[in-house]
Design a protein around this ligand. Structure first.
Ligand code: B4P
Length: 192
């Protein structure tokens, strides 16, 4: 199965993906983690990525897609199923993902949309900023990221709803409780 974990910044994509990997053992790709690893290594790509991330902007589509393509090619085990965490974030990325998966006789099976109120998103990210050391976990940048989400990414909800793939999950409350709801949805799509 190919599962997309979707939601606003701070909605818990990384948190829930970690539990999904334990449960299902699928290959996991967090585009945010891939970019942060490049930044930590001080590569050319990392410098470019940092210039966008620290301003709360998305990395340009073509660059992001090349990176994803490369990571998938390096991990043949991903052909069995992938948890996509933080990708796609634009319609163009979603269309490209369909094409990439079609080449491997696959498709996006389900999009798990973590729905969290904006006030809580801000609170979580400010809290995370106290220890994360991330250049984007400060109030100014968080607000920009939420704007970017509302203007460029949120449109994917309707995109996937129209394909019958979007499953909304109430993303507030206990991490374990949210995970139980996600598992139920995934089982529903697995048996299709
Ligand atoms: P990401 O790394 O994807 O990060 P995120 O959206 O901030 O976080 P996530 O939703 O995973 O939150 P988390 O579980 O950590 O993106 C970072 C940046 O990279 C983007 O802004 C962009 O610039 C770039 N980028 C990434 N992918 C891209 C793409 N495809 N195209 C272009 N650019 C891209 O949870 C947040 C906090 O909440 C944590 O502290 C967690 O402990 C807490 N939390 C989680 N669940 C909770 C719950 N139920 N209750 C209370 N707290 C909870």
């Amino acid at each position: 199965m190919n599962i997309v974990i979707f939601g606003a910044p701070g909605s818990g994509k990384g948190t829930q993906s970690a539990l999904l990997i334990e449960e299902y053992g699928y290959y996991h790709i967090s585009t945010g983690d891939v970019l942060r690893a490049q930044i930590a290594q001080g590569t050319e790509l990392g410098k470019i990525a940092d210039s966008y991330i620290s301003k709360g902007q998305l990395i340009p589509d073509e660059l992001m897609i090349d990176i994803l393509d490369e990571v998938l090619a390096e991990h043949p085990e991903s052909a069995k199923g992938v948890i996509f965490d933080g990708f796609p974030r634009t319609i163009h990325q979603a269309e490209t993902l369909d094409a990439l998966l079609a080449k491997r006789n696959g498709k996006v099976d389900v999009v798990v949309g973590l729905e969290v109120e904006e006030e809580e998103l801000i609170e979580r990210l400010i809290n995370r900023g106290k220890t994360s050391g991330r250049s984007d976990d400060n109030l100014d940048t968080i607000k920009k990221r939420l704007d970017v989400y509302n203007n460029q990414t949120n449109v994917l909800r309707d995109h996937y709803k129209s394909q019958g793939k979007y499953e909304a999950v109430h993303g507030m409350g206990s991490i374990e409780g949210i995970f139980e709801n996600i598992k139920t949805l995934i089982e529903k799509h697995r048996s299709r």
